[in-house]
Design a protein around this ligand. Structure first.
Ligand code: NAP
Length: 532
């Protein structure tokens, strides 16, 4: 019978994988991480496009497992940029001596369960194999870049870049004619960041999003001191809050205020950093249509103030979805960029994109020539990475077949028929600040593996009944009126042909924590820990 090379094989050295590695090593397991990139960081390794930065507060996104780490790392800004984030993750890996367990440039192409030995055989693109008792895919939800199927993409003779695959070497955009396609969180960060450099910038927009100011600022020495002094209470809040943020949850409802008070309140919200505009808003802003419409009208007014040309302003205001229905982007100078004569807006709903040519992009209005095209067109969200890993569970069943109608999971941690396989931070994981939700899952995965070791169990596997119940519960919750998000990547709607199934945890963190606690109290039911 084949013996495993390692106890725990983690796929991906992003924020979740690094934490899983740390926890597994701490628990005394032999561990290996297989990472497709040449460095650590995952999302924050690949998304190194100009302007890439957190829109969660830096200290709420970083790790909380070590007070020393929290105290010694001084984030320079409330919302750190990608280079600083990458430095942080490298620091963590070196500080806790984790780098030696990571094999870089190793993309997993196949992972097959062997019932006889109760192990996984994992193969990477270089042909190397690793046999592991437990396989943890920390491959993230936003890790497979999506390129729309626009005819002629291979004909364009200029440079094409995707925000999610940005090269490590500097890209010279000086005096270049640049097109940015897509106006999600990535596109709206790129636009103002490259504006000064480029000769011209055309923004190809299909649907605008409800963008609000990030309101970033440096962290002052006084704030640094307060953060350190408040570590325990910050950690306690972040470990328990529904959203995984520090922003206080709005306590007033829309109907509690008069129009005048609302206006003043919205002005205050507009000045808040990041997700404060959503979390500290009226508690009913996402499900009371009057509240949502009122807040949207306020934001539309702001956009009209910021953008000088009223026709452009109108086109930048969403008219097909409510606030919160798509993931709201946060911006620094995005709307103002449209006041620069170098910048133009191409409204793809008025003039659809037809094809790429050798020299540029052709729409219904003709061809515009470019030197560089930036695809800010998003990701195969949720299941993209897992679908590309050649995963086969019991009886050779492919994960892609098991999930042909979309993912089914229990707590976004396991799926039936795939013993000893976990995917924290994957489909059905987050519904707020990702590292906090993913961290809850990592901790519980580790707890299960330790419990199996303690009782000499060879396999951990969730029951089909539990999986069906959880999956239908979150599907139902996600489709409750006003059924937010059905036109967004939350449901896989951005990738043609992908099953429309909710890909986040619609039940939220309290339910996740409640069911974890219940499982712990019930001998880990509905996970079966068996000798085989
Ligand atoms: P995204 O939100 O999926 O946006 C993709 C954009 O590409 C959309 O504007 C979409 O338009 C457009 N698009 C797709 N296909 C197109 C086509 N055929 N023609 C023209 N436009 C097309 O992707 P993203 O901006 O990369 O952001 C993804 C997620 O990553 C975010 O929601 C966020 O969770 C995360 N992110 C976070 C940060 C941060 O923390 N600071 C920064 C960047 C990204 P439609 O809307 O019309 O489909």
């Amino acid at each position: 019978m084949a013996d495993p090379d390692v106890d725990v094989c983690v796929v991906g050295a992003g924020i979740t994988g690094i934490y899983q590695l740390y926890r597994a090593r701490e628990a005394g397991f032999s561990t290996m991480v297989l990472e497709a990139g040449s460095g650590v960081g995952g999302t924050w390794f690949w998304n190194r496009y100009p302007g890439a930065r957190f829109d969660s507060e830096s200290y709420t996104y970083g790790y909380l497992f070590s007070r020393e780490l929290f105290e010694e790392w001084k984030w320079s800004e409330h919302f750190a940029g990608q280079p600083e984030i990458e430095r942080y993750l490298n620091h963590v890996v070196d500080r806790f001596d984790l780098r030696g367990s990571i094999r870089f440039d190793s993309r997993v192409v196949e992972a097959v369960w062997d019932d006889e030995s109760a192990t996984w055989l994992v193969t990477t693109s270089d042909g190397a194999t690793t046999r592991t008792r437990y396989l943890v895919a920390a491959t993230g939800v936003l890790s497979v870049p999506f390129f729309p199927d626009v005819p002629g993409r291979e004909d364009f003779r200029g440079l094409q870049l995707h925000t999610g695959l940005w090269p490590a070497e500097p890209v010279d955009l000086a005096n270049k004619r640049v097109a940015v396609i897509g106006t999600g969180s990535s596109g709206v960060q790129v636009v103002p960041a490259i504006l000064d450099e480029v000769a011209s910038l055309a923004v190809y927009q299909r649907r605008p999003n409800w963008c609000t100011p990030l309101n970033n600022s440096p962290i002052t020495p006084e704030q640094q001191a307060t953060l350190r002094a408040d570590f325990e209470s910050i950690r306690a809040t972040l470990n328990t809050s529904v959203s995984g943020f520090l922003h206080p949850v709005g306590e007033r409802g829309f109907a509690d205020d008069t129009d005048d008070v609302r206006r003043e309140f919205y002005e205050q919200l507009w000045q808040l950093p990041g997700f404060g505009k959503l979390i500290s808003n009226y508690y009913d802003v996402t499900f009371n249509m009057d509240a949502n419409t009122s807040w949207c009208a306020f934001m539309a007014g702001k956009i009209r103030e910021l953008v000088h040309d009223p026709d452009i302003a109108d086109q930048l205001i969403p008219d097909d979805h409510r606030y919160g229905e798509h993931r709201p982007p946060f911006v620094t100078g995005y709307f103002e960029a449209f006041n620069d004569p170098k910048v133009s807006l191409v409204n793809l709903r008025r003039t659809p994109m037809l094809r790429l040519t050798e020299t540029g992009i052709e729409t219904a209005e003709g061809v515009r020539d470019f030197d560089v095209i930036v695809w800010a067109t998003g990701f195969d969200f949720g299941t993209g990475a897992l679908a590309r890993m050649g995963i086969r569970g019991r009886d050779g069943v492919a994960l892609n077949d098991h999930w042909a109608d979309g993912p089914s999971t229990y707590l976004g941690i396991q799926t039936a028929g795939f013993p000893n396989f976990f995917f924290p931070g994957g489909p059905h994981a987050a519904a707020g600040n990702n590292p906090r939700y993913n961290g809850d899952q990592v901790d519980f995965v580790m707890e299960l593996i330790v419990a199996a070791r303690d009782r000499g169990a060879a396999t951990i596997e969730v029951t089909t009944d539990a999986e069906d119940l959880w999956t239908s519960k979150i599907d139902k919750a996600a489709r409750q009126p006003p059924s937010f998000g059905e036109s967004s990547y939350y449901f896989g709607a951005n990738v043609p042909g992908k099953p429309r199934k909710y890909l986040l945890n619609a039940a939220g963190r309290p339910k996740l924590l409640e069911l974890i606690a219940r499982s712990r109290a019930n001998d880990y039911h509905p996970f079966l820990l068996s000798s085989k």
